[in-house]
Design a protein. Structure first.
Length: 116
């Protein structure tokens, strides 16, 4: 688990190898491990290839990673505190995250993502 400066915790599952140690400080973009989940590997489940599961929790509540990842991809990170806990599903998302993000103010470390 990685404790983010945004007060969220990030858990990456199915890694085949870790590239970090407990209590190590990592920066954005730093490798933390190698993707795993090879078919037949312990804990891989019914998979067809290597994959990664990402779990994000804020204030002890699981939040949907899809809007957070899309916001980072757009270079407009948002505060995990405003990410919904619902809307993530397998296959097609239940929510149009692009439209949802268009209504959100980008994350600002100075204001911790609060709207002025």
């Amino acid at each position: 688990m990685i404790s983010g400066v945004d007060a969220a915790s990030y858990t990456y599952c199915h890694l085949s190898r870790l590239a970090v140690t407990p209590s190590q400080v990592v920066s954005a973009g730093s490798p933390i491990g190698l993707s795993g989940g090879q078919p037949g590997a312990p804990g891989a489940g019914n998979t067809t290839g290597p994959h990664l599961h990402l779990s994000i929790r804020y204030a002890g509540v699981t939040v949907c990673p899809q809007p957070l990842l899309l916001a980072v991809f757009r270079a407009q990170p948002i505060n995990p505190a405003i990410a919904p806990a619902v809307g993530c599903v397998q296959g097609r998302p239940a929510t149009d995250w692009a439209r949802w993000l268009d209504q959100i103010t980008p994350y600002d470390e100075a204001t911790q993502g609060e709207t002025p």
